[in-house]
Design a binder for this molecule. Sequence first.
Ligand SMILES: Cc1ncc(COP(=O)(O)O)c(C=O)c1O
Length: 373
Amino acid sequence: MKFKPFLLERWFSKYEHDCEIMMGESGVKPLTLKELIDLTGNTFDDIDVKLGYGWSNGLPELRELIAEHYEDLDADSIVVTNGAIEANFIISNTLLDANSEVVTIFPTYAQLWQVGENLGARVKKWRLLMDNKYKPNIDQLADMIENTDLIIINYPHNPTGAVLDKKDLEKICELAELHKIPLLSDEIYRGLEYKATDRAPPAVDLSENAISVAGLSKVYGLPGLRIGWLACKNKELLDRIWSFRDFTSICNGVINEKLAAIALQNRELLRERGLKIAIENFEILKQWVDDHSDVISWVPPKAAVLTMLMYHFDMDSETFCRGLIEQKSVFVVPGSCFETEQQFRVGFGYDTERLKIGLQKLSEYIASLKGEN
Ligand SMILES: Cc1ncc(COP(=O)(O)O)c(C=O)c1O
C-alpha cells in the first residue's frame, strides 16, 4: 500500500525531543500513574489484573462507565479502542475503499480523512473559514453530498478550538439521515468547553447514523493509557466496525482498561482538572495575543487547549516554525501540517509557567523578525 505520510506526526517525530519548551501538544498536561492513583483514592493493588487478553470490544465495566456519557446507550453500544486514533482507523477501514467518497470538515486532525485517502477514496474537503469563525456552512455540505459513504466532523475542533452549535449539529445529523450516510463525529475534546452552554450533545444521541468517537487522551490528561472508544446505536454498523479491530489490535491492554475505569469513576474530578488548566492557560495566551495584535491574529478558541495563530510576516509556516525551534527551542506546529499557510498551531494545555516562558521566547522571536533586535 502506498500511503501519504501523516505530516503532523512527522513534524513531531523530527523536532519535539530537541525542544526545551513544548507548545505543540494537543491535550492537557498528563497525570503520572501515581497521581492518578492518589487523586482517585486508589492503591496499586486496585489495578492488579490477570495479564491475559482482554475483551475484544473492551472491559464490560469500562464500557458501562463510557455508556454513561451518552443518553440511552448501554455497554453493548460501545467498542473500546487503542486511542481514538484506532476508532477512527477502523471506522474508515470498514466503510471506505478505493471506490468510496468521503466528505470531511477541513482543516482538521488529518488522520480523520487521510486513512480514507490512503485507501484510495475520493476525499471532498468541506472548508472551515477563519472569516466565518470556523463555523461550518451547512448549505455547502448539502451541495457536496453526492455518492458519499462517510461524513466526518470534529468538534470541539482541532486545530482551532472552535465549537459547534447544537442546531448545526442537528442539521448535519438530519442530512446524514436523509442520505443514509454514516457520520463520524470525533468528539475527543468534548467536555473542555470554557462555557458549559457551548457544549453540543454527542452526535450519537441525535442520530442512529452517527458514530461518536472520544477517549481519555485530551480532556482527562491520560494519553499514555491509549484508551479511546466509539459509540453507535446502530448494532449492525457497530458490529461491522468492531469486527475490523480483529485485524488491528485484538483488544486493549488490560491494565490500561482497569486504569481507564478508575479514571471514569472519577470523571468529573479529572474533567474539572483539565478545564481549570485550559481556562487558566487560555487567559494567558489571550493576553499575549492582545499584546501582539499588530502581527498576530486569531479567532479565540471556545474549547480545548489548542488554537491557530495567524502571523503577518511574509514567510511560509515551516520556515517560521523551524526558525522558532532553532533560535528559541520552542516547539509549535506549522499550518502546513493542516494544509494552511501563514499560521501555526499552539498547544497551551501543559504547565502554566512553561507556557509563560514559551510565550516570552515567542515574543523575542517575533521581535527579531520585525528587526527590533
Ligand atoms: C481530533 C483528534 N482525534 C483523535 C486523536 C487521537 O487521540 P488518541 O490519543 O486517543 O489516539 C487526536 C490526537 O491528537 C485528535 O486531535
